[in-house]
Design a protein around this ligand. Structure first.
Ligand code: CU
Length: 409
């Protein structure tokens, strides 16, 4: 069971290593865009946040959630269950963490949290990573609770209704990279929507990745789309400067303190909230080696080192009938030895002893996907000896923009 403190452990990691139709929304409605995750044009990264995280709309408007594809799957999950189970007190606390008013997660786990986890599971089972279809596929319920008891059973299929603030469960499901629904989830606001503030969260990354939609009466003014866009960029850019600096320090061979307390706080913006953002880069991205020389990768964050990676490798995918599938090869060691299972780590006393997995010899004759898997703690190592001259491209299976190559001479 994930603990309160770990799922809310919102540290910025400075690492090295539906289309859904607009049914019900009026034609005259305006659109406000919220970015899901964020793409920096100078380095590969992922941001477990929505930008801007709070948006105001009128009945009849549409909120368009536009996802930048960083490899991290996301959802937009809301409804009276989401607001109701945690209640105003806990959401208030999460809002304060998300907006930077609160800097530390209170130690005490509120009872509402346990209940929330029981009623609203992640989009995949924690141990097996098997997708839970009722959480991973779109699900719109006017009343009652979704049935999560059978992971293979999706919610009853129905056309996406406009959001009215009264539906019990309103879930975009996994927003896929491609296919008919593209990278966008549209949230049409019903003409008869009940004014109020509604929280949404990502049911893969959980409530630290959340935001709110506030529906106000037509008579009340709302920020224009250009103001919303400006706000979104401003929120995202509170982190990118510090991240770029950290990356260039790492590239210059400097030791950069990692998730250690406060390390992720943007230096220039002490008021910025702690969000989970990670640089997804191999440093260096080009490795020169001699024939027979051992090349070693040190892990920092959740990544894999994979060779012979297919052009398109969706970790989560959506089949024609809507079933969300997971390719476990994205997480597990493939054709390389897996790291030992008991490595100690989170929750144990003291830091775990770093492990080094020796992947053995590698040359161009070994075909098919090879991956280190992701089951490493920060500081663990994976090594390979290249036995033939050549260029060997590699990538992280989770973060498609995280690539590198080994040049063997
Ligand atoms: Cu997410």
């Amino acid at each position: 069971m994930r603990r309160w403190s770990t799922v809310l452990a919102v540290v910025a990691l400075l690492g090295s290593a539906c289309g859904g139709g607009g049914s019900g929304a009026g034609d005259s409605g305006e659109t406000r865009k919220v970015l899901v995750d964020y793409k920096h044009d100078e380095f590969s990264a992922s941001f477990l946040a929505y930008f801007p995280s709070d948006v105001k709309v009128h009945p009849g408007d549409t909120v368009e959630f536009k996802q930048f594809w960083t490899g991290e799957p996301h959802t937009v999950t809301m409804g009276t269950m989401v607001d109701g189970i945690l209640g105003e007190r806990i959401w208030g606390l999460i809002d304060d963490l998300r907006t930077g008013k609160l800097k530390e997660i209170p130690d005490e786990e509120p009872p509402e949290f346990e209940q929330f986890l029981e009623k609203l599971p992640f989009m995949a089972e924690e141990e097996t990573l098997k997708p839970i279809q009722a959480a991973a596929q779109p699900c719109y319920l006017d009343t009652g609770e979704p049935d999560f008891s059978d992971p293979d059973k999706p919610c009853p299929k129905r056309e996406q209704p406009a959001f009215n603030g009264r539906q019990s469960y309103y879930n975009s499901g996994f927003i896929p990279y491609e296919g008919e629904r593209g990278n966008t989830f549209k949230l049409p606001i019903a003409k008869d929507a009940t004014p109020g503030t509604y929280h949404y969260y990502c049911n893969w990354h959980f409530i630290a990745m959340s935001g709110s939609v506030t529906i106000v009466p037509e008579t009340e003014p709302i920020p224009s789309q250009s103001e919303v866009a400006k706000q979104g960029l401003q929120e995202a850019r509170r982190y990118t400067g510090t991240m770029a600096k950290a990356l260039s320090a790492v590239r210059a061979g400097k030791k950069v303190p990692l998730p250690a307390a406060g390390a992720g706080l943007p230096e220039d913006d002490k008021e910025a909230p702690l969000i989970e953002a990670s640089i997804n880069e191999f440093v260096p991205s080009t490795i020169n080696a001699e024939v027979g020389e051992k090349v070693t990768w040190t892990f920092d964050g959740g990544h894999s080192v994979a060779f012979n990676v297919p052009k398109y490798f969706p970790v989560f995918d959506v089949k024609d009938d809507g079933t969300v599938t997971l390719d476990k090869r994205g997480f597990e060691a493939v054709r390389f030895p897996a790291p030992p299972e008991d490595k100690g780590g989170e929750g144990d006393d003291g830091p775990p002893t770093p492990v080094e997995v020796d992947g053995g010899k590698f040359d161009g004759s070994r075909r098919g996907l090879h991956s280190s898997g992701m089951d490493f703690n920060d500081g663990d190592k994976f090594s390979l000896a290249f036995t033939k001259p050549g260029t060997y491209p590699f990538a992280c299976l989770i973060h498609p923009a995280m690539v590198g190559k080994v040049v063997v001479k």
